[in-house]
Structure formats: C-alpha cells, structure tokens
Design a protein around this ligand. Structure first.
Ligand SMILES: Nc1ncnc2c1ncn2[C@@H]1O[C@H](COP(=O)(O)OP(=O)(O)OP(=O)(O)O)[C@@H](O)[C@H]1O
Length: 285
C-alpha cells in the first residue's frame, strides 16, 4: 500500500479549477462572451493510486490535462504537488514538477523525434531536466522496466513497431523516476499482447514503486482493469468520482449510464470476434 502518512500533502491536488475560453475577436465583450470549458474541478491523487478520467469527445479531458501538466494556466483555482504550488510561469519550480509528473502521449509514434535514436530519446529528458545521475544506468533501467531489448538502443522511431514506440515513450518518462504519470489513451491502437504488457507494467510501477497514474480515455471499458477509482468528466465538470466497480454497478448519472452501456457493448463486440484459428500447417507465402 502506498497511502499517505497522516499530515502528508497529497501527491497532486487540484482545487476549484476553472478554465474559460475567450473569443479573441470579441475582446471588448471578453467577460460576457467567455465560454466555461472546465468548472470547479477538484481532484486529489495519492502515491500509488490509479485514477481514470473518462469523458466523451469535447468533455474537457485535454484541457484538464494541459492544466495538470502546467502547459496552460487555470483562470481560477490551484494545483499543488506535494504541497508546493504549481505555476506555469516559474521555470525553476516547473523543472522540479516535471521530474515528479510525467506524461505519456496518446500517439507515441508521432511524438518521437524521427531523427533521434532510442538511446537519445530516453536520455533527452534527463539532460533537459538536469538530472544529476548516471544517465547510462537510468537508460538501461528504463529499457529493462518497459521490457525492451538493449539492441534497440540504436534504432530510430521508423524502425519500431507501434508497441515498441509506446514502450519507448513510457521509458522516456520512467527514466525520470516520476511520482505520477499522466497517460493519454495509453492502450489505444495497441494489439492485445502489447496491451497486456503495458497493463502489467503499470501494475508493477504502482505496486512496487508507488508510482501514481491518471489514465485518460474516452473509453470507459479500459478502466476496470487499470483504475481503482474513476472520474467522469461531462461538459467541463466532474459528475462522478467513485471506485470503478461501484461506478459500473450503480452509475448515478444518466451520462455515466450511457458510457457504461457503451463499454459493455464494446466488450460484447470483442467477445463476438472469433478466436484465432489454429496455426496453419501450410507455409505463409
Ligand atoms: N483552442 C480552442 N478553441 C476553441 N474551442 C476549444 C479550444 N480548446 C478547447 N475547446 C473546446 O473546449 C471543449 C473541451 O475540449 P477538449 O479538447 O478539452 O475536450 P476532450 O474531452 O479532450 O475532447 P477529445 O477527446 O475530442 O480530445 C470542447 O468543446 C472544445 O471544442
């Protein structure tokens, strides 16, 4: 268990976050024309916790992610990490924050610089964030953690499969030994064996290292396996924040009920897909 000792600040705490969208062409009417895209977001993450954030397209997931990554500032509310205020404007504080909180992008293949080798891709955040340690050891450890072979260190992203690219993206984050990983649709586009490996890796990181996860997905069906608690974001507000099993058994909100139904339908569709045929005795031409 990786709970909090009494009196210890949460790993990440967002309180009363608001984000408005202003139309630049209507600057004069700014106050009146602003559209609220996040409203009164309260969220607390403890070490080792795995929390899901689900919502349909346009619910505000990316906007919230940008605030939690300190890429954008909120119009109201605060974010703290282990009790320290997180402010996009403070470069020094941000460097410290980026070592605590890392991001796994939705489409790793396109987020990796095609000119860099796997070794340089994993080393780059260590250099950028001034990590004073043996970088070669950190790279080897990270590679081992995500189950990639050392022989891939010289490879460039074009030579990687989708699953390998996903694991390189995770290794980049893992090399920093972060306390919290924000993962955007971490399973989408992966085939079943690679999905299983990524899920096992997340299990190990949260149970063995106490790494916390916020897993963002439009698809609720991934949450029971990955997250003990799930938040539903709807129209910019968190409408449910409950243990995942309770949320599936007794969804309180109509919108959650629709998401749960869709998740069961997806599961039913998956179950209908025939099992792979026995290996062919004929050579593959
Ligand atoms: N730069 C922008 N200009 C106009 N509207 C925006 C902008 N950024 C966000 N929005 C609006 O804010 C709302 C929330 O968008 P956001 O991208 O955060 O949702 P999302 O849940 O991540 O959606 P998706 O799953 O499709 O990425 C949407 O209605 C979107 O149209």
């Amino acid at each position: 268990m990786h709970g909090l000792a009494s009196g210890e600040a949460p790993l990440l705490c967002a309180t009363g976050l608001y984000k408005h969208l202003h139309s630049p062409s209507l600057a004069f009417w700014r106050a009146r024309t602003a559209r609220t895209i996040l409203r009164d977001i309260n969220l607390s993450i403890q070490p080792g916790e795995r929390i899901g954030l689900a919502g349909v397209s346009g619910a505000g997931k990316t906007t919230l992610l940008n605030l939690l990554l300190a890429l954008k500032g909120a119009d109201a509310g605060t974010i703290t990490c282990q009790g320290r205020a997180v402010r996009p404007a403070s470069v020094r504080a941000l460097r410290w924050y980026r070592r605590q909180v890392q991001y796994i992008p939705q489409d790793p293949a396109s987020s990796l610089d095609p000119r860099m080798s796997v070794r340089d891709l994993i080393r780059e955040p260590l250099v950028r964030l001034n990590v004073v340690d043996n970088h070669t050891r950190r790279i080897d450890e990270a590679l081992d953690r995500v189950g990639l072979d050392q022989t891939l260190l010289r490879a460039r992203p074009a030579a990687l499969s989708g699953g390998q690219a996903q694991r390189v993206a995770i290794a980049r984050a893992v090399a920093l030994r972060p306390r919290l990983l924000l993962a955007d649709e971490p399973l989408s586009g992966l085939d079943l064996p690679v999905r299983a490996r990524v899920m096992q890796l997340f299990d190990d990181m949260s149970c063995l290292d106490g790494t916390a996860f916020l897993i963002i997905s439009h698809d609720l069906s991934v949450m029971p396996r990955l997250c003990e608690r799930t938040l539903i974001l709807h129209d910019g507000a968190i409408i449910e924040d409950r243990p995942t099993t309770a949320l599936f058994e007794t969804p309180k909100h109509d919108h959650t009920r629709a998401l749960v139904r869709a998740a069961y339908q997806d599961h039913a569709i998956t179950a209908m897909v025939p099992a792979p045929a026995a290996p062919s005795l004929y050579p593959v031409l």
